[in-house]
Design a protein around this ligand. Structure first.
Ligand SMILES: CC(C)(COP(=O)(O)OP(=O)(O)OC[C@H]1O[C@@H](n2cnc3c(N)ncnc32)[C@H](O)[C@@H]1OP(=O)(O)O)[C@@H](O)C(=O)NCCC(=O)NCCS
Length: 175
């Protein structure tokens, strides 16, 4: 892993420039990985308020649970993000899991996904409880490795009818 330090935290108002650079880092790939809701031209402050409401579980879209979005900062740059669902609904229990993460293409293979998950686990256990479900496509070697490195135990592989692919369902338990 890089000798640089990653800080995993929620966004602040003065992170706008870093957030926009982070969005640009996804060009040529799917920028929805950077943010589910923010699109170019949207107001950053309003976006932060929306994220804060989601973390408090206020005004949720039907079918969504409370969630927290953390971004991984290395120096001034956002290298990736990690999304924690505070509880499981039926869909999350089957296919979505508690945690999803992504590292922007220019920053991959630097150990950042593992580092984000490692730092997120204590916060996630504090919010969710002792058992975290993390899922990924069966052929996503990098993501499987990230989950297994933090002790994820494979429960099963199932067919995901939404993305039409086999997925692995892992549990990470508080030690
Ligand atoms: C999956 C993803 C998060 C990995 O991020 P990353 O920062 O490159 O991962 P890391 O550098 O922490 O690598 C994790 C492990 O996977 C391995 N790895 C990384 N990329 C790989 C690849 N393309 N093929 C095979 N192994 C790979 C690394 O060598 C490392 O293994 P190690 O622990 O034995 O050293 C990133 O590729 C991504 O954002 N993909 C798109 C979104 C996604 O799939 N998210 C996961 C769904 S929940």
């Amino acid at each position: 892993m890089s000798s640089k330090v990653l800080i995993l935290r929620t966004l602040k108002l003065d992170d706008e420039a870093a957030f926009l650079r982070g969005y640009e880092a996804w060009q040529g790939d799917d920028p929805n990985w950077h943010s589910f809701e923010w699109k170019p031209g949207m107001n950053f402050g309003e976006h932060l308020e929306n994220l804060q409401r989601q973390a408090r579980g206020e005004g949720l879209v039907p079918g969504r649970v409370a969630s927290t979005m953390w971004y991984g900062f290395v120096g001034e740059e956002i290298v990736g993000r990690l999304h924690l669902r505070h509880a499981l609904n039926e869909s999350l229990r089957r296919r979505g899991g508690h945690i999803g993460y992504a590292v922007a293409p220019p920053f991959r293979r630097g150990g950042w996904a593992h580092e984000m998950l490692r730092q997120a686990l204590p916060m996630a256990f504090a919010i969710v409880g002792d058992d975290l479900l993390i899922t990924c496509a069966s052929d996503n070697t990098a993501s499987r490795r990230v989950i297994e490195r933090v002790g994820g135990q494979l429960e099963n592989e199932i067919w995901d009818e939404v993305d039409e692919e086999m997925i692995c369902r892992y549990w990470v338990r508080r030690k």
